[in-house]
Design a protein around this ligand. Sequence first.
Ligand code: ACO
Ligand code: ZN
Length: 154
Amino acid sequence: MIREVRNDRDIREAIEINLKTLPEHYPEFFWRENASLWRDLFLVGEVDNRIVGYSMSRIEIDEGFFKSDIVRRGHVISIAVLPEYRRRGIGTALMTETMKRMKEKYHADEIMLEVRVSNYPAIELYKKLGLMIVRIIPRYYRDGEDAYVMAKPL
Ligand code: ACO
Ligand code: ZN
């Protein structure tokens, strides 16, 4: 089941999953700020009442990747699923609900995100959902790895 974060406990669970699964971590205030500003884009995936995945996104105003104009862009800041729960469609469900909300609630023109060029599983997931690699940001990550920017018109 996919739902919005509801409380502090949900946010703490998302932070826990992030610490276990990704090298990119954020200060607690950043998680809380996103939960208060963009609650309906901060989703968790539950299995048997246990939170096993999250996605955290926001809306930004920036130059479009598909229109040479200023657009409303949905930015997926972070998404992860616990290793034991992968390949069951939870990542897809989090992304699909996020895209729907970005479009319907915020009238976002496009969705975008950054991903490590070596992160094959995530890149495959995004490609399957129709996102395309639109640019490379050299040395985007602290350890020097490049990022692909992937995006799709909504
Ligand atoms: N190898 C190849 N393809 C894969 C893999 C993999 N390991 N994992 C997912 N895919 C592709 C497949 O096409 C898959 O469909 P299929 O299972 O029918 O073949 C499709 O993606 C959908 O997979 P889901 O089951 O919906 O995705 P999952 O719930 O496993 O979550 C995720 C994918 C979130 C990338 C997970 O692997 C994860 O948490 N990874 C670690 C954290 C991470 O890298 N997050 C993304 C960082 S970038 C960012 O946050 C913006
Ligand atoms: Zn980003």
